[in-house]
Design a protein around this ligand. Structure first.
Ligand SMILES: *[C@@H]1O[C@H](CO)[C@@H](O)[C@H](O)[C@H]1NC(C)=O
Ligand SMILES: *[C@@H]1O[C@H](CO)[C@@H](O)[C@H](O)[C@H]1NC(C)=O
Ligand SMILES: *[C@@H]1O[C@H](CO)[C@@H](O)[C@H](O)[C@H]1NC(C)=O
Ligand SMILES: *[C@@H]1O[C@H](CO)[C@@H](O)[C@H](O)[C@H]1NC(C)=O
Ligand SMILES: *[C@@H]1O[C@H](CO)[C@@H](O)[C@H](O)[C@H]1NC(C)=O
Ligand SMILES: *[C@@H]1O[C@H](CO)[C@@H](O)[C@H](O)[C@H]1NC(C)=O
Ligand SMILES: *[C@@H]1O[C@H](CO)[C@@H](O)[C@H](O)[C@H]1NC(C)=O
Length: 840
């Protein structure tokens, strides 16, 4: 047995290792566009931090000035230590601009240096002016009393950059001492993937790269000031000491060797070595604070309603071993990330630079609070939390007009799930069930429109705004953008004619969303047409979610979308027609002929495959959230397909344990843990699938209010019997005597594991799939095996509670359906590995 498991584990390991090929170290970054202008300067080259600034009073430099009549000013009595850039300035008495040719589209940094010296004719500290870039206002009524460096990060998509200075008032004037404009590495700001941090919802933010960002703070936490000389993008990082709310809470940590930059993680251009080589950690020596406290920083911001991008840099330089450090991250009292385990995010290595982006809409207009504190997952002895660096950038509304496409304009909604927290018993009295159901329905459409950027309904969120998630770049499914696939639009008229103008006789189902009709398209495709209640916008998020999910994934065991229609006020989804309808109808209460045990197993296997693909396939981490027997449909040949993705959402990344969310789903199927803690993981689907399994074998509804109280909830009732080893007593009478005992045993054990109270104790869908395959195998062939080999009695030998040691030895049957290619090579390789290790 151990022998057989080893290859499995090592293959998984191999796949985990496959991604981070060591970064090829590491030429300094050379920007393609690179303008460094010493304004008012007359020297062709002024070297600052080993960069050459060209004076704009020289022949080359003056070419940038598109306006004549400006004044170059020299500080007559510069202080000896002031930068040569700050000894000259260019003064504008009327609207004037610099024009710079841009060679490469994409993210650029623009820095404007202001140092208000005073000379005979001009006291620069009395200047007052506006600055705009390519038409977007960056500074209004601006004046400076001390040296100020303004940095903006913006996306350019035209050949020119115009920096315009407009003096305010008649006698006003403007000035600037130096200008830097250079192109940034592509991955400095990725479009997708910052997380929105506010209230209870954690959602992805898209369109980040088309925002103009103004740097507000750039902090080297636990370390010294870093000057442009030591930063590949010539940034300045300042120490965090002045921002610590309680100095005693923090204790600096440092590391002497450079960090282990990994491909796909943060690079030196994201932040330099020195940022990652120092950190603050919890000062556990401080006995006054006890063992549980946060380290909190308060950063002054002028938000007045503005959003900020908060980029947090991490590098585990404090742990001696992996997986020891778990901590939580908070921004402005909101939970931004729970149970952060850096080593699992960074390829199980320590000291790997890593960053995460958060978009914060601060309530507190004067301070932004950033905290890190120990997670409940960390052992009492090892409670700690770290932060290596933080950048806060104000998001300036006003995106470049040419990039204002699709995602920016689209109406976007955030699901505010009804929070059913506090309940602890799923099925109490029928009354409770009904009341809660009602209540859930009512509060569901409490979607609130959000400013255009957050794409809450996007189910494909991959949170690419962290270094880790950028690993997925380049795979087709990582393609950004919530753009709904336009190729699938079906004209309303076609749907009308396909359904005989929504003929009542063609209705094959109805639900909260509206009605489902059978129809035939002109090309004779049979379709199912799900039509939202006309005119109502209820369910719009679900509608969009479903389109998003289904246009991006295709799988033999997931219902496929033929198209959709959102003309007029219609919301219509068109699916392939599933001849045999919902699994539920074949189990009870319908008069249809009963399914054989083999058919039932095959249906369970098919739907398990579909769900396994959702969780782990190329689609990456989608949680269905509404697995139940009415959402498993059967085609002509009783092939099962999972349907109804309206509630589905992207799961936690590999590295996260869960997504916090309002509870959604169907009663009787709802994961109790999810229900209690509102933390969604793919194990919630596993629980619901467990309910389906018992439904399949017992042939009765998940909730049957007419039964006695201990029987109302099928899952609980069936598990009482299963635990006594008497599941057989309550199975569908139609199956009595037809299930081979071993098959029944495995099936019952599988259902039991799926229904484990805690998600961590439940198997993955992949494990469930294997168990069901095995149950089918046992049903079909009587195998001669050692008794210990076909039971789960060895579970304790295995490293993870989710892994079942009941991989059939001689007859692993690989279903040859083509869609399994989509399962990803991971599992098929595992399978073939198992086969080749056969007989050892
Ligand atoms: C510029 O050049 C002049 C002479 O050409 C020199 O005296 C001066 O120090 C230079 N200024 C700076 C800031 O390098
Ligand atoms: C930059 O983007 C603009 C607009 O999208 C496009 O017209 C132009 O060709 C692009 N230039 C380069 C160099 O890619
Ligand atoms: C650059 O960093 C090194 C190592 O931390 C330090 O010794 C040096 O003083 C820094 N140089 C500047 C100009 O900040
Ligand atoms: C504080 O922590 C250091 C190690 O980090 C340890 O050597 C020292 O003994 C501690 N001091 C107290 C008072 O616990
Ligand atoms: C906020 O605005 C005030 C005055 O406008 C300015 O003095 C201060 O530096 C600003 N703070 C930040 C963090 O930008
Ligand atoms: C840390 O801060 C968060 C947010 O303010 C708070 O909810 C949490 O209780 C704090 N944790 C501790 C241990 O103080
Ligand atoms: C904002 O933060 C400051 C500093 O921590 C605090 O004193 C103030 O009460 C906060 N204001 C609000 C409205 O939360």
């Amino acid at each position: 047995m151990e022998k057989r498991m080893l290859p499995y584990l090592s293959i998984i390991h191999l796949f985990l290792l496959q991604f981070p090929v060591s970064r090829i170290l590491s030429l300094p970054f050379t920007p393609l566009d690179n303008y460094l202008i010493d304004c008012g300067g007359s020297n062709a080259s002024t070297v600052v931090d080993s960069r050459n600034f060209v004076g704009d009073s020289t022949d080359t430099g003056s070419g940038f000035l598109s306006t004549t009549g400006t004044i170059s000013l020299r500080d007559q009595s510069p202080s000896p230590d002031s930068s040569p850039l700050y000894q000259t300035a260019r003064v504008f008495t009327r609207v004037s601009s610099y024009e710079l040719g841009i060679k490469t589209n994409g993210t650029h940094l623009v820095r404007l240096h202001f140092f208000p010296f005073s000379s005979q004719n001009y006291d620069l500290s009395s200047a007052n002016f506006h600055v705009s870039v390519n038409g977007y206002s960056l500074l209004r009524d601006f004046s400076v009393k001390t040296a100020v460096l303004k940095e903006y990060i913006l996306n350019l998509d035209r050949e020119k950059l115009e920096i315009l200075f407009s003096p305010v008032g008649k006698s006003g004037f403007g000035f600037v001492n130096a200008i830097e404009v250079f192109s940034a590495p592509d991955d400095l700001i990725v479009d997708e993937g910052a997380r929105v941090v506010d209230s209870t919802v954690i959602e992805k933010y898209t369109g980040l790269s088309s925002q103009i960002l103004e740097t507000v703070h750039r902090i080297n936490v636990g370390g010294k000031k870093i000057t442009p000389f030591n930063d590949t993008l010539w940034r300045t990082w300042i120490p965090d000491a002045d921002f610590l709310v309680l100095d005693a809470a923090a204790k600096p940590a440092s590391r002497h060797n450079p960090p282990n930059y990994q491909k796909g993680e943060a690079s030196r251009e994201i932040a330099p070595d020195n940022v990652y080589m120092t950190a603050q950690q919890m000062n556990m020596n401080n006995t006054i604070l006890g063992a549980k406290f946060n380290i909190t920083w308060a950063f002054p911001v002028n938000s007045s309603g503005a959003r900020h991008l908060v980029r947090m840099h991490f590098c585990d330089i404090v742990s001696e071993k992996r997986n020891l450090l778990y901590f939580n991250v908070y921004i402005d009292d909101y939970s931004a990330y729970t149970d952060l385990d850096l080593s699992s995010l960074t390829d199980h290595m320590l000291a790997v630079p890593f960053y995460m982006d958060f978009v914060v809409h601060s309530d507190n207009s004067t301070f932004m609070h950033v905290s890190v504190g120990p997670s409940d997952l960390s052992s009492t002895l090892r409670k700690n939390a770290i932060l290596n660096g933080v950048e806060i950038m104000k998001m300036i509304t006003g995106v470049s007009s040419t990039s204002q496409n699709g995602s920016q304009k689209k109406k976007v909604w955030v699901l505010v799930g009804s929070i059913l927290g506090g309940f602890s018993v799923i099925c109490a009295a029928i009354l409770t069930v009904l009341l809660t159901l009602k209540c859930r329905k009512k509060s569901k459409p409490k979607s609130k429109p959000k400013p255009s950027e957050s794409v809450a309904w996007t189910p494909m969120a991959t949170y690419r705004g962290s270094s880790h998630s950028r690993v997925s770049e380049g795979t087709p499914n990582a393609s950004p953008g919530p753009n709904i696939n336009l190729g699938l639009k079906i004209p309303f008229a076609d749907i009308q004619s396909a359904t005989n103008n929504f003929d009542k006789n063609l209705v094959i189902g109805s639900g909260g969303f509206g009605r489902v009709y059978r129809g035939v398209l002109r090309d004779n495709t049979n379709i199912a047409v799900k039509r939202g209640v006309p005119g109502s916008r209820q369910g719009l998020p679900e509608f969009q979610t479903e389109i998003m999910v289904l246009t991006k994934i295709r799988h033999r065991h997931l219902v496929s979308l033929v198209g959709y229609c959102e003309e007029q006020s219609e919301m219509i989804l068109v699916y392939e027609y599933m001849e045999k309808g919902a699994l539920k109808n074949h189990l009870y209460d319908s008069g249809l002929p009963p399914l054989s045990w083999k058919q039932r197993l095959e249906i369970c296997i098919g739907s398990a495959r579909g769900l396994h693909y959702l969780h782990t396939g190329s689609a990456q981490g989608i949680i269905h959230r509404d697995v139940k027997s009415t959402n498993i449909l059967l085609d002509d040949n009783y092939v099962a397909k999972v349907a109804d993705f309206g509630l589905s959402r992207s799961g936690p990344r590999l590295d996260e344990t869960h997504v916090s969310t309002g509870v959604k789903g169907s009663f009787g199927y709802l994961d109790p843990e999810y229900f209690k803690r509102q933390q969604l993981t793919d194990k919630s689907d596993v629980y619901s699938f467990g309910v389906v399994l018992v439904e399949v074998i017992c042939a009765r509804p998940a909730i049957d209010p007419l039964l006695s109280s201990e029987q109302v909830n099928l899952a609980e009732w069936a598990m009482q019997w299963q635990k006594k080893g008497l599941l057989e007593q309550i199975i569908d009478p139609q199956l009595t005597g037809k299930i081979k005992p071993k098959s029944l045993k495995i099936f019952g054990e599988t259902a039991e594991k799926c229904l484990a109270e805690y998600g961590v104790d439940r198997p993955t869908m992949g494990d469930v799939l294997w168990s069901l395959e095995y149950a089918l195998q046992l049903q079909e062939t009587e195998m001669e095996r050692e008794p210990h080999e076909d039971s789960t009695t060895h579970a304790s030998e295995l490293p993870s509670p989710g892994v079942f040691p009941r991989i059939p030895s001689s007859n692993v049957r690989i279903q040859g359906d083509s869609s399994d290619e989509n399962l990803g090579i991971r599992s098929s390789l595992v399978f073939s590995q198992l086969i080749t290790n056969e007989g050892r």
